[in-house]
Ligand binder design. Structure first.
Ligand SMILES: [Mg+2]
Length: 254
């Protein structure tokens, strides 16, 4: 481990209230060809469990995966807090599920979508925990285009929606979905004085961007980053977590 990172971890370990947050794939779990086969490194999970059991120490995973998948693959549960769908799905805590207002918007959006789908043969609606998805794969090209246009027009009354146009789908979300917002929420919920965040991908940059000088960001692997520190592999990331856990345990004893 590079010595300046070791020094930064020593600093973190002395924080009165510490939040340790991490991405999952490519950080705790090596990237594999079949996303369903991803498994976290036991050493990483063991370090997170140890940290989560210490006083004034809070552990969170922030992933792009759906929450249910993240929960199953990581094997982590309370007191660790799991945040899926890039910050849109929360296991517990300040944003468990959607708040009443957003849940209402999602219901209205889904209803509108079903209304539109009902007018075009082959157009279907899929309900997800914080999103609604219009599928047009089975519709004629004309109907697909018309359904998309009508939906866009009718959704205009909700200016804050997150609308993503994919292959033969239009996915509409009602919750904030970036890892930066998620990390800000986690930090304030934990009233943390300092934060460690580990990430490997482009979406993790949103989280690195909200770190403050007393925090530590660790990028895992190659690529441009805002993080101040970098390690090469998930094994190295597990070593970072283990080191911090060991330091925090002894800081706690003294
Ligand atoms: Mg990742």
């Amino acid at each position: 481990m590079v010595s300046d990172l070791a020094g930064a971890l020593a600093g973190l370990s002395a924080a009165p209230r510490l939040l340790v947050a991490s991405d999952f794939d490519g950080v705790l779990a090596p990237i594999v060809a079949d996303p369903g086969a991803a498994r976290p490194l036991p050493a990483a999970i063991e370090a997170l469990r140890l940290l989560g059991g210490l006083p004034d120490t809070f552990v969170a995973l922030v992933s792009g995966r759906a929450l249910a998948e993240l929960t199953a693959l990581s094997g982590l549960g309370p007191p660790a807090r799991l945040v899926g769908s890039h910050g849109a799905e929360w296991s517990t805590g300040p944003v468990a599920g959607l708040d009443v207002e957003r849940a209402g918007v999602l219901a209205a959006v889904t209803e509108t979508m079903e209304d539109v789908a009902g007018c075009y043969p082959g157009v279907l609606v899929e309900r997800k925990p914080v999103n609604a998805v219009l599928h047009v794969r089975r519709a004629s090209r004309e109907d697909a285009a018309a359904a998309g246009a009508e939906l866009t027009e009718r959704l205009a009354r909700w200016p804050d929606l997150r609308v993503a146009h994919g292959k033969q789908i239009v996915e509409v979300g009602v919750a904030p979905n970036d890892k930066g917002s998620a990390l800000v929420t986690l930090r304030s919920a934990a009233e943390a004085d300092a934060v460690l965040f580990l990430g490997d991908d482009v979406t993790d940059e949103d989280a690195f961007a909200v770190l403050t000088p007393q925090d530590v960001g660790v990028k895992v692997g190659p690529g441009e980053t805002r993080a101040a520190y970098r390690v090469d592999t998930p094994e190295d990331a597990a070593a970072v977590l283990a080191e911090l856990a060991a330091l925090r345990v002894s800081a706690n004893r003294s």
